[in-house]
Design a protein. Structure first.
Length: 136
């Protein structure tokens, strides 16, 4: 191994997100002030802990963030994106849920029609998914 090989290289952060659609609108949350990518809309979800499967992580995140019990369906899209501070590997899954979604951690939340998605600020990593959903 050459000196310095692998130094400072961190593996991508695995993130799961829910694509929840009802009546041609998607459930989105707004990243809170003081967080990475604050002020951007996103599909709800979060980091996968080391001991979790994607389904377990997504169910946990949706319960913690929105107080809903999720049913995780098919994988819709996967993308890796390098931000200056970290690289994320995002996995978007179609989901349904039981309960009434409530923003539990002070984040904004709203249902957004398909034709409005492209006009909102999203993290750069979500752009391909937005384009994909806009074509459906």
């Amino acid at each position: 191994m050459t000196p310095g090989a692998g130094a400072g290289v961190r593996p991508p952060v695995a993130v799961v997100a829910a694509v929840i659609e009802r009546d041609d609108a998607f459930l989105l949350t707004l990243r809170a002030a003081g967080t990475h990518l604050a002020g951007h809309w996103e599909f709800p979800g979060g980091k996968v802990h080391e001991s979790e499967t994607h389904v377990e992580a997504l169910r946990r995140e949706l319960f913690e963030e929105l107080d809903i019990v999720a049913t995780v369906g098919e994988l819709v899209h996967t993308v890796a994106h390098a931000y200056p501070e970290k690289t994320v590997e995002l996995h978007f899954y179609r989901c349904d849920f039981e309960g009434v979604p409530k923003p539990m951690i002070g984040q904004g939340m709203r249902w957004v029609r398909r034709d409005e998605l492209a006009g909102l600020p999203f993290p750069e990593a979500d752009r391909a998914l937005i384009a994909l959903l806009g074509r459906v």
